[in-house]
Design a protein around this ligand. Structure first.
Ligand SMILES: C[S@@+](CC[C@H](N)C(=O)[O-])C[C@H]1O[C@@H](n2cnc3c(N)ncnc32)[C@H](O)[C@@H]1O
Length: 286
């Protein structure tokens, strides 16, 4: 095929994908129009191959007339891969650098945005419990993927993941034994139900919904990498509005606040783990 032909095909494909996202937004209210193009293209082509259709336009028709197809497409577009104590050094830093401040508060709130199937939230709850802080915490765990949220609420995970989770827990500086926090049943483990006592799981879309609550700490890791710069800026503003003065924004090593418009309102607490602290006063107005 000549280069010109493949360029035209590629342009046509991009148009079809844009129209599919438009239909998804106008029919169902889910707005993926400002997600990274490469990510969306990969995921749509995956769905196209699995569906047996020839054209992305065929998916658009199915999306408009078949509600079951919505679930499939949403699952394709929202990557819910996660694990307990993922990137253990992040948890170690939170424990050593943020918890000492939280310990000075009688009560505090944490928002996990894009919590997927919940492993990140339970990891935080275990760490808070180890530090005697769980009873003082109100944790909000949100995602827009209903199937992921259901798994998060259940807190039941495949037993074959436990070895990996245990290693992560130890690397994260876990003080007790990870086996204290789950019960094995056949091929699953059920997490200690008392961990979710102070966790509220809720549906929240970072693109279309507003501030969820006023919190002392926002944790949002491995979510913004799928957004384009414009959308990242919108979500950063949402987080800035959600945080109390002196609150922490914890993004994890793959995201970066530095190039956003709100960077000037934060101090860098940990540059590797991307932990930021909101100024007590807006210094741009001082
Ligand atoms: C790769 S997972 C990250 C899970 C966890 N934070 C971690 O780091 O292990 C990304 C999650 O972001 C969620 N997500 C993507 N776009 C979202 C949006 N607009 N609003 C809320 N959640 C979103 C997906 O549903 C998915 O569960």
């Amino acid at each position: 095929m000549k280069t010109d032909d493949s360029e035209i095909l590629n342009k046509n494909l991009n148009i079809e994908i844009e129209l599919l996202l438009e239909a998804l937004y106008r029919k169902h209210g889910y707005d993926f129009r400002n997600y990274g193009k490469a990510h969306i293209k990969r995921r749509v082509l995956h769905r196209l191959a699995a569906s047996g259709f020839n054209f992305v336009s065929d998916l658009q028709h199915k999306l408009i007339y078949d509600d079951n197809f919505l679930k499939l497409l949403l699952d394709d577009l929202s990557i819910t891969v996660t694990e307990m104590f993922r990137d253990p050094s992040f948890y170690r830093s939170v424990r050593e650098e943020v918890f000492p401040i939280l310990k000075t508060y009688p009560y505090f709130k944490i928002w996990h945005a894009g919590c997927a199937t919940g492993q990140e939230v339970y990891s935080m709850a275990i760490m808070l419990k180890e530090e005697g802080l769980l009873d003082r915490a109100q944790i909000y765990a949100t995602d827009f993927n209903q199937m992921a949220l259901k798994k998060a609420r259940d807190g039941i995970y495949p037993v074959d993941k436990i070895k990996e989770y245990t290693i992560n827990f130890q690397k994260a500086g876990g003080k007790t034994s990870f086996s204290d926090y789950y019960t094995a049943r056949y091929d699953s483990v059920i997490l200690d139900q008392s961990l979710k006592k102070n966790i509220v799981f809720a549906d929240h879309n970072l693109v279309t919904d507003g501030v969820f609550a006023e919190v002392n700490m926002v944790v949002c890791r491995n979510v913004l990498i799928y957004f384009n710069k414009e959308l990242q800026d919108r979500v950063f503003e949402l987080f800035e509005h959600s945080l109390v003065p002196g609150g922490y924004l914890c993004l994890g090593s793959k995201e970066n606040l530095r190039f956003s418009s709100i960077f000037k309102k934060f101090d860098v607490e940990n540059d590797k783990e991307k932990i930021y602290k909101k100024h007590y006063l807006s210094r741009s107005t001082v």
